[in-house]
Design a protein around this ligand. Structure first.
Ligand code: SF4
Length: 449
């Protein structure tokens, strides 16, 4: 039987669908920390949505002997027909949502239900805590999904054939970026042409089709960006390539430098004054300043932490020196949000905002090592360039996990035992400190180059 989620996977890629059907327990399908968090937030959104449509039926299953779908909400209409309402935790409408509700409508009608309307119900991005009356937008999409509805029987038949057949052949395309099976379909070679930085998927596949597998296989006159040329040189030399502009880029930052990293928790339903759905709330930071000072902040409890955090942040990053972050748009967004949330500190916070500089483009515009595997993520760059500083041995090793644990520590339904509370705090502090210490060490290593 083809379920809604498998149908949506099959629309994206029949091969992905085949693996989901034939290997439902594949390691790749286990949700990561970020997915688990989104799932939990989705459950909260579902509860709110049901409360907003009282008297309806909820979680209603429709099925035939070939297809199955579960509707979030089924509302009775005045003419005795029904409306299907699909609830989304997203704060905007997406194409996949339309296919989602179209599949439900098709299944419900095929199962004999008299459904005359299909709606999407998603979060209103303009709503601000505490005024949550307009939390949801309900949109009638019945007409919009009509062309999709007409396609569904043929699509289902195609997927049934895929399901009964052998594993499909090469279907790689732009959809692969979001696919959990990426590593099964794309070569693992760190110098494969698919690892060229910011190269379109179509161009990668065209290179392969022309017989070019590795960076070094390309003809000399093939047009590459400066970064891609460095990738090719690093592969040929099997080591590090440094652009001479690196020193100039680092010299542009005025000291004494501070190295800053935030951890945030993002709630689908706004929780603190002025926040909108999915606003990122900084609840923890770590800052190292040149000269060896380290400051850490971690919210004490479930209360709004932003005033205390902003005060501690200004204390941790005094003066006029550059504030270094890695992938700084995140830190800039956090500081901007703090300036709006704590207006009495907006002046100094905006001054700090103006001092934030980004270490990531300094790396990707000047440095490539043959072990980067096409990535400039700190989690790849760090162990390659600074092997004595890694995330090994930490209980928390990525931002998604940190968010889940921060939520458990600060916003869990039941308070933690004191020992567990202390252990979790220590783990979170250690992780965030490692992030900024990693930047300090990376900066030193780049200086040395
Ligand atoms: S990686 Fe691409 S081709 Fe392979 S299953 Fe996923 S989407 Fe399909």
């Amino acid at each position: 039987m083809i379920t809604k989620s498998r149908f949506l996977s099959g629309l994206a890629c029949p091969k992905r669908f085949w693996w989901e059907v034939h290997e439902p327990d594949a390691a790749e399908l286990k949700p990561d920390a970020g997915t688990l968090w989104n799932f939990r937030q989705g459950q909260e959104v579902g509860r709110r949505a049901r409360a907003a449509v009282p008297g309806a039926r909820y979680e209603v299953t429709f099925k035939t002997d070939r297809i199955l779908a579960r509707a979030d909400i089924v509302e009775r209409l005045e003419d005795s027909s029904s409306a299907l309402i699909e609830v989304k935790g997203s704060n905007r409408k997406k194409d996949e949502h339309l296919w989602d509700i179209a599949f439900q409508l098709h299944t419900a009608r095929a199962a004999g239900a008299a459904v005359s309307r299909a709606e999407l119900m998603y979060l209103n991005r303009d709503v601000r805590h505490p005024e949550l009356d307009g939390l949801f937008i309900r949109e009638d999409v019945t007409d919009e999904i009509a062309p999709m509805l007409a396609e569904i029987p043929a699509r289902v038949a195609e997927l049934e054939a895929v399901q009964a057949g052998p594993l499909p052949g090469d279907l790689r395309g732009p959809q692969c970026r979001e696919c959990p099976f990426y590593d099964r379909c794309w070569p693992g070679d760190p110098h494969h042409v698919s690892r060229f930085y910011r190269l379109e998927t179509a161009a990668k596949l065209a290179l392969e089709q022309d017989g070019h597998q590795r960076f070094t296989d390309l003809p000399d006159d093939y047009k590459l960006t400066a970064i891609q040329q460095r990738q090719r040189r690093a592969a040929a030399q099997r080591g590090l390539v440094v652009d001479p502009g690196l020193a100039r880029a680092l010299d542009a930052w005025r000291g004494p430098l501070a190295f800053l990293d935030f951890e945030t928790v993002s709630f689908a339903i706004p929780r603190f004054p002025g926040t909108t759905p999915w606003s990122k709330i900084p609840v923890q930071f770590s800052a190292h300043t040149e000269g060896g000072r380290h400051t850490a902040f971690l919210a004490a409890d479930s209360a709004d932490p932003r005033t205390q955090l902003a005060t501690a942040l200004l204390d941790a990053c005094p003066g006029t020196g550059a504030v270094v972050a890695y992938h700084a748009s995140f830190e800039r967004g956090c500081v901007q949000g703090l300036a709006e949330a704590v207006p009495e500190l907006a002046g100094p916070l905006l001054q700090l905002h103006g001092r934030i500089v980004d270490l990531e483009p300094v790396v990707y515009n000047h440095v490539y090592h043959s072990d980067f595997r096409g990535s400039f993520s700190l989690k790849v760059v760090l162990p390659t360039l600074v092997p004595d500083t890694s995330y090994a041995g930490l209980a928390i090793t990525d931002g998604g996990m940190a968010q889940l644990e921060l939520a458990r520590l600060l916003y869990g339904e039941t308070p933690l035992e004191p020992e567990e509370d202390a252990r979790l705090r220590a783990d979170l502090l250690a992780y965030c400190e490692r992030d900024t210490w990693a930047m300090v060490r990376l900066y030193e290593v780049l200086r040395g180059m």
